[in-house]
Design a protein around this ligand. Sequence first.
Ligand code: NDP
Ligand SMILES: O=C1OC[C@@H](O)[C@H](O)[C@H]1O
Length: 351
Amino acid sequence: MISSWFVEDLVLEWEGVKVKHIIQAIGSSSLQKGQNFAAKYCPKQNPRIYDSYVKLYLDDEVDIVYIGTPHGYHYRDCMEAIAAGKNVLCEKAFTLNAKQAKEIFEAAREKNVYVAEAMWLRHRPLYIELKRLLHEEKVIGDVFRANCDFASDIGLATLPATSRYRDLSLGAGSLLDIGVYSLTWMMLGLNDRPAGQGEKPNILAAQSHEDGIEVTTNAILQYPSTNRQGIVTTTNKASGPPGEVFAVIHGTEGFVEVEGRAPSIPESFTVYPKQKDWAADRCLHKREKWQGQRHEYAPIGRGFVYEAQNTALDILAGRKESSIMPGAETIHIMEMMDEIRRQGETVYPGE
Ligand SMILES: NC(=O)C1=CN([C@@H]2O[C@H](COP(=O)(O)OP(=O)(O)OC[C@H]3O[C@@H](n4cnc5c(N)ncnc54)[C@H](OP(=O)(O)O)[C@@H]3O)[C@@H](O)[C@H]2O)C=CC1
Ligand SMILES: O=C1OC[C@@H](O)[C@H](O)[C@H]1O
């Protein structure tokens, strides 16, 4: 699924594009599958098709490998690509745990190649601008709390046991799959330090499981140096349509609501300054009274264009880490998920 979405955006022509991506090769478990993929998603390109990923890593024309396999294979696929001397952009969640992530970044350093987690949300102009408004312009004063919920319905019971949503060896579970976005919004709201230098929060977490698969996670984060708190929630068994507002960030001078179909696909945010007569209303503010300023972001393609472009610019500049999602930030996120899973008693095979 994700590889098709990403490739469609790679070949998209859009205003503001600075690089031209060439899809040199496609690696798949079968030649036929790879051929069908190329014909459907990048018909104007002429990629070589390989019936194994490792064969693709040996292709001299390939500058960077994009890995879109299930979570449980990210460690293997990254390590094999790096061993072959390839730069890598690997889907979220980057690995099953922080230990695997650290080993990958270490291997990349030794081989002097680029590796980055494909956390596309971080590259979106909406995310970057909101972070600036909150922590540089301080549009809502000092942020003191935030929450984000990613609730989706994947129809777990209807899926085959081999699905990445059900197979634990593939990394099944809502936290790694979608909770990682809720955490990413916490990093925007609660962390005003540069990526990779965030403070470690105290964490209190609970997880629920069905048939051994983690389906619901709730976690409270508390940052010792600022006293900021965040609530991270996620479930893959929600029924009904998603709410329009999926994250709220509160500051001493107002609040921000972030809207969109899902936390991975934000469409707008609204900044609500504190109302002058707030004391008169106490807790009974009428919603209509609040005049917020909405910032809308028109979608371009599926939204992967920014991540693709920034990664290409990193490679062209000779960088070995992403300027937006450096290794230390990926490890920080993985460590938080390790701690949530430790408390929630979610364990993957081999751990
Ligand atoms: N950024 C985003 O919005 C999204 C990101 N993702 C991320 O992308 C990754 C892949 O997700 P998604 O595309 O939904 O996954 P899929 O289940 O669609 O699998 C992707 C491909 O992985 C390959 N694969 C290798 N081994 C296996 C295996 N044992 N079982 C199944 N597939 C295997 C297959 O390709 P082949 O047979 O051709 O080798 C398969 O088509 C995950 O990390 C996920 O979190 C997913 C959705 C959205
Ligand atoms: O990254 C993702 O975003 C959309 C979800 O449907 C999907 O499960 C997840 O991998």
